[in-house]
Write a protein that binds this ligand. Structure first.
Ligand SMILES: O=C(O)C1=C[C@@H](OP(=O)(O)O)[C@@H](O)[C@H](O)C1
Ligand SMILES: C=C(OP(=O)(O)O)C(=O)O
Length: 427
């Protein structure tokens, strides 16, 4: 797919699709609750469709229409044994969260996913689940999927997680619903807390204090109405585009701004970006706002590290693009988790931005970008990583010569209408 330097500003309003993390959880928690869960603004991306298909395979009726999805839950113990291997597709969130639920069932299951999923580390969930007494193993014995899970009673644990990962935290908390006491997870830095918020909303006894979240077993979960906010991780591409294309002014409607997810906004502010939050509201425990973003001619470099990292983990590729256009040096540290996403996002961003003539250097856990100088287009392979494809589509708007993105269609993982929305804002 071909892209070229923006000849027009981006202007107008846009509602980005629903939040991926919240969409997954609405289906999963709806499935293990009694009664019907209605979900509006559900993300119809391939990852969330993988979650739907896994729960359908376990006997949950899910009606999916463009306006809403209806999940007819069967309660904590209502899932039935899947007749085939559960396919989590490209979705780490599906694989890791569903494992916590499956560990608590009285049936055996096997789950797998695509080539990328089969390379991502699952030891991070196998270890705590095994400590809880679960029977879960990597079939190829390399710490990766396919995973085989068998029925075994679960014990409550207090887990000190070595990584700030909402997928690990959520997996252990979900297994904790089936354990024999209070299960808690402490992380090195706070990751997104959608599981804690939504489980509580569905009736679970969840507590959060500092870096520790805990859950009591055997709750009466009941179906609920979930209005999914727009995904800030998807909004990030248009925030960056509006900031770097001269004359742009974009209003992003109804974007989730949960403080465990809003690091991109904090980084933009530190760079001097012109972003105004309007119409701030609360939607089912999740804060949302409209974001008015205006072209900002002189962004400046910044430092991104520490506790900020989990709050913008999926936005680092597009932040690297933004940094390439900002004056001065941007340093990204403590971002080693990026190496184990759909692709090695650190290496790919460094290699491909270098191919575009950006001056930057990769480090063990991040990169150092010397921004503000002109760069050119290149041929970029997405490696089937949606965030890489979208980041370079935005980078191309600032590049002096055209860019070609190979395997650009992978955006359907989290943002199926991304290219149409980008074109509409430029029309
Ligand atoms: O819990 C979630 O919904 C997610 C958590 C993050 O992964 P980690 O938990 O591996 O950091 C993030 O990268 C992913 O896109 C979604
Ligand atoms: C890392 C991501 O998702 P997941 O871990 O669910 O595959 C992502 O969407 O950037």
């Amino acid at each position: 797919m071909q892209f070229q330097k923006a000849v027009r500003p981006l202007r107008g309003e846009i509602s980005v699709p629903g939040d991926k993390s919240i969409s997954h959880r609405a289906v999963m928690f709806g499935a293990i609750s009694e009664g019907t869960t209605e979900v509006t603004n559900f993300l119809q991306g391939a990852d969330c469709l993988s979650t739907i298909s896994c729960f359908r395979s376990m006997g949950i009726e899910i009606k999916n229409t463009p306006e809403r999805i209806l999940v007819h839950g069967k309660g904590l113990h209502g899932l039935s044994a899947p007749s085939a291997v559960l396919d989590c597709g490209n979705s780490g969130t599906t694989t890791r969260l569903i494992s916590g639920i499956l560990a608590g069932q009285n049936f055996s299951s096997t789950l797998t996913g695509d080539a990328s999923i089969q390379k991502r580390p699952m030891g991070r969930i196998i270890n705590p689940l095994t400590q809880m007494g679960a029977s879960i193993r990597s079939i190829p014995e390399n710490g990766c999927a396919p995973l085989a899970i068998n029925s075994h009673p679960l014990h409550a644990i207090s887990y000190l997680s070595p990584v700030a990962s909402a997928q690990v935290k959520s997996c252990v908390l979900l297994a904790g619903l089936y354990a024999d006491g209070k299960t808690s997870v402490t992380e090195p830095a706070l990751s997104r807390n959608h599981t804690e918020l939504m489980l509580k909303f569905f009736g679970a006894d969840v507590a959060s204090e500092g870096l520790t979240a805990s859950v009591l077993p055997d709750p009466d979960l009941h179906g609920n109405l979930v209005r999914v906010p727009g995904d800030i991780s998807s909004a990030a591409y248009f925030i960056a585009a509006a900031l770097i294309v001269p004359g742009s002014e974009v209003l992003l409607k109804n974007v989730g701004i949960n403080p465990t997810r809003d690091g991109m906004l904090r980084v933009c502010r530190a760079m001097g970006a012109d972003i105004t939050l309007l119409n701030e509201q609360n939607s089912g425990g999740e804060p949302v706002a409209d974001l008015l973003v205006r072209y900002t001619p002189s962004l400046s470099g910044t430092v991104i590290e520490g506790e900020l990292i989990p709050t913008l983990i999926d936005e680092i590729p597009i932040i690297a693009v933004l940094a390439a256009t900002a004056n001065g040096t941007t340093v990204i540290r403590n971002a080693e988790e990026l190496k184990v996403k759909e692709s090695n996002r650190l290496d790919i961003m460094v290699n491909e931005l270098t191919a575009m003539g950006v001056s930057l250097e990769g480090t063990d856990d991040g990169m150092i970008i010397e921004g503000g100088k002109p760069f050119h287009g290149a041929q970029i392979d997405s490696r089937l990583d949606h965030r890489i494809a979208m980041s370079f589509a935005i980078a191309s708007l600032a590049a002096e010569t055209p860019t070609e993105i190979l395997r650009a269609g992978c955006v359907d993982i989290s943002y199926p209408t991304f290219y149409q929305d980008l074109a509409r804002l430029q029309a």
